[in-house]
Write a protein that binds this ligand. Sequence first.
Ligand code: ATP
Ligand code: MG
Length: 440
Amino acid sequence: MRLSRYFMPILKENPKEAEIVSHRLMLRTGMIRQQSQGIYSWLPLGKRVLDKVNKIIREEQNRSGAIELSMPTLQSAELWQESGRYDAYGKEMLRIRDRQDRPMLYGPTNEEMITDIFRSYIKSYKDLPLNLYHIQLKFRDEIRPRFGTMRSREFMMKDAYSFDLTQEGAVQSYNKMFAAYLRTFNRLGLRAIPMRADTGPIGGNLSHEFIILADTGESEVFCHKDFVNFDIPGEDTNFDDAASLKSIFDKWTSVYAATSEMHDEAAFNAIPEGDRLSARGIEVGHIFYFGTKYSEPMGAKVQGPDGKEHAVHMGSYGIGPTRLVPAIIEASHDENGIIWPESVAPFDVVVINMKAGDQVCDDACETVYAALSKAGRDVLYDDRDERAGTKFATADLIGVPVQIIVGPRSIAGGEVEVKDRKTGARETMTVDAAIKRLAG
Ligand code: ATP
Ligand code: MG
């Protein structure tokens, strides 16, 4: 991508409305634009990051055996009357009427709809277990939307729903998602801690919130320091092996961790003082097992091996991609801007032409840009007619992991500078060596 032709509206001033660093940086780098309160457009730079986050989420859901589909944002009120949640949900639900005056709503979540899909097709325990997910916009008319896309009214959610014949099966489905979540957040460059959670209006028996620690987080959390060193389940995790999934779950729930709603002061104080961590956190995922709460009233039943009908045991599993993007920035930035983990960076490399218009610089930049693009890397080429200082500041601000700096002096000797955004380390090398290093 040539920056001169790209759409990346960088703001010179710090936006006044932004209270936290991620919101400030997302506005300054032109990643998002507020369209009305708590409703955002994702501009091209932001969209790139969001797509990469979703790709990782999708890969890990698929790896665990979940199957993707897509449900609409608008739902009929009838389904919600069946489950009893139409009235219970209150003002967070955006209610709409169509031209026939039928009550509709913009979905805040999809338990009812997925239960309806399930009951329409699945009749036998032989088709279980089943886990269906989608990545779709949701709407919740939050009292206090704030911090940009961290808490917005329209937001994206990956929501998965599992169906099992028995509670035992449902717990295994829960453990699959538990392991998949640990892998997902790790690949996003985050250390998320699963904490016993309140089941809230979704209701249920077993629930964990996945929380990343950050000073600007809205939740107050208490946990054992050991979480920092726990191993993440590997790529070779066998999602069909109930025992190994259980051992991952047991390990990650073996020491104390709770949000303020579930906090047990005595249990926390039993941890040696030096190992206690009392901090603030951002909820990036939430998983629930809620048994037959929806399947019972909505008649989602299957025939069991005993020939009888059984309401299925269900769980639901959410991750918020549009919250994760600012959460990653909260966890990874410095005074000059964002520091993207490689896995979600909008570009892998930025090529900085210090003297656009100088033939030797232009040629070298074109060579590097073409070679790395051909190698499949996402390359941003800063070919703008701007001062070198402005280009350095932009590259640091948008947080691309590696910068290749092409200046008239060093290129005369056939060399460029390669800078690591995170460490600031710089290395001088030939054009060929830089290409070789970064081609992949
Ligand atoms: P919170 O406690 O932050 O209000 P919640 O408990 O209502 O969230 P869930 O129903 O568990 O949220 O939704 C699953 C995930 O969706 C959350 O873990 C979060 O990542 C994301 N999410 C929920 N509400 C919002 C929002 N208003 N803006 C952005 N992401 C959200
Ligand atoms: Mg929650």
